[in-house]
Design a protein around this ligand. Structure first.
Ligand code: PGA
Length: 250
């Protein structure tokens, strides 16, 4: 088995998107019934654009693919343009012929987040587990909305967003006070059970988190550091994100 995480540094953000969409396309060619774990945020947007481009000429068949997303804001319904439901349809689902019934995100409007979390975990089990999970990283080292302090055995649950995440994500909202303060997120244990994980990061703003994930202690201070214990995880970053630990990357 190769060493995990495998670390790949590419020149620019677009190279990360092309490389990552090639990996996902290969996964779908290998198994058209794949269960993909997906992420939101600005980093995967370009990857989704590349996937849509690859879908168009060859009509790669997404009709049997099932998707599970990492998280959803509490209090935003599916039709809210800031919700991750809306994001996924806007950037990917509507363009690749993925049946709505094959796509799953936590329900941020659930009145019973505990049952919602348990049902989401059960859903992943019923789908047979995640074949490949695409994830991003927060500037504070979070993965999904598992903020610093999250435990290795955490599962899908209601969480409070950290001040740093609220500040970082306020760029998507009219003002900071309208950013939701809670989310339903899969846990670190949920992510670690995926057969394969691809973490993508671009830009200097992520360089400290990438350094902490790869060079700091493995533990809850930097949730992404737990990925070092996964047997098949790849970090795909651009030069700016790798700047503090360039020598660690191929
Ligand atoms: P970003 O978010 O892609 O918008 O930077 C990543 C994350 O918070 O996981």
């Amino acid at each position: 088995m190769r060493r995990s995480p495998y670390k790949i540094c590419l020149k620019k953000q677009i190279d990360v998107a092309k490389f990552t969409s090639d990996i996902i396309t290969q996964q779908l060619s290998k198994n058209k019934n794949s269960v993909l774990g997906l992420a939101t945020g600005s980093t995967p947007e370009q990857t989704y654009r590349e996937l849509v481009k690859r879908h168009l000429p060859h009509q790669k068949d997404w009709s049997h693919v099932r998707t599970i997303n990492l998280d959803e804001y509490v209090g935003l319904d599916k039709n809210n343009p800031q919700s991750y439901h809306y994001y996924m349809h806007f950037h990917l689902f509507n363009h690749v012929g993925l049946p709505e019934c094959n796509t799953f995100l936590p329900d941020g409007t659930s009145s019973d987040p505990i049952s919602e979390g348990q049902a989401y975990e059960q859903r992943i089990i019923d789908l047979g587990g995640i074949d490949l999970w695409l994830i991003g990283i927060g500037s504070n080292g979070h993965i999904a909305f598992n903020e610093p302090g999250s435990s290795r055995d955490s599962r899908t649950r209601l969480v409070n967003l950290s001040d740093q995440t609220i500040i970082d994500n306020s760029r998507f909202f009219e003002k900071k006070t309208t950013v939701p303060t809670q989310a339903i997120t899969v846990g670190i244990a949920t992510i670690m059970e995926a057969k394969r994980i691809i973490l993508i990061a671009t830009g200097k703003k992520k360089s400290k988190a990438i350094y902490a994930a790869l060079k700091g202690p493995v533990g809850p201070d930097c949730p992404a550091s737990f990925l070092r214990e996964h047997p098949n995880c790849t970090f795909v970053v651009d030069e700016a994100a790798a700047i503090l630990c360039r020598n660690n990357f191929v």
